[in-house]
Design a protein around this ligand. Sequence first.
Ligand code: HEC
Length: 124
Amino acid sequence: MTRGKSGGSQPPGASYLKEKAVRAGYIAVIVVGALMASTALADGASLFKERTCWSCHGKDGKHPLIPDYPRIAGQGAAYAERQMLDIKSGARSNGNSAAMKGVMVIVTDEEIKLLAQYVSTLDP
Ligand code: HEC
């Protein structure tokens, strides 16, 4: 029994299809990469809008949706960052933390830093 030069049983055109699939994969990676880069470049102000922070804390960070949600405008950046990280990890867990924790799954630690910096610049 003799084998073809390629040694395999690939039908003709298979390598072309494979190449096409690989190329599609590259394109997907580039698109995802671009999306991630745009998020990484996003500033705290746009994150505050995009990640729905305003819906509970108010557009200005000082008119919360309900009275027992905190006013966050003007909080120290380091403090706000620490609270968000602790709520995200579960280290801070009290009666209202669950509402905030649900949102912490859609922000990265880097975004939390940007958000904390933004919150600290808001007029208290
Ligand atoms: C579903 C409502 C909701 C959304 C959306 C939300 N938060 Fe919160 N947030 C809360 C609640 C409630 C608390 C208080 C949690 C607790 O008591 O542990 C809180 C706490 C905080 C704190 C700590 C305040 C303090 O005084 O310790 C910061 C900072 C904060 N949120 C920022 C944000 C940012 C930034 C976003 C957007 C990524 C966001 N929150 C989205 C409800 C929300």
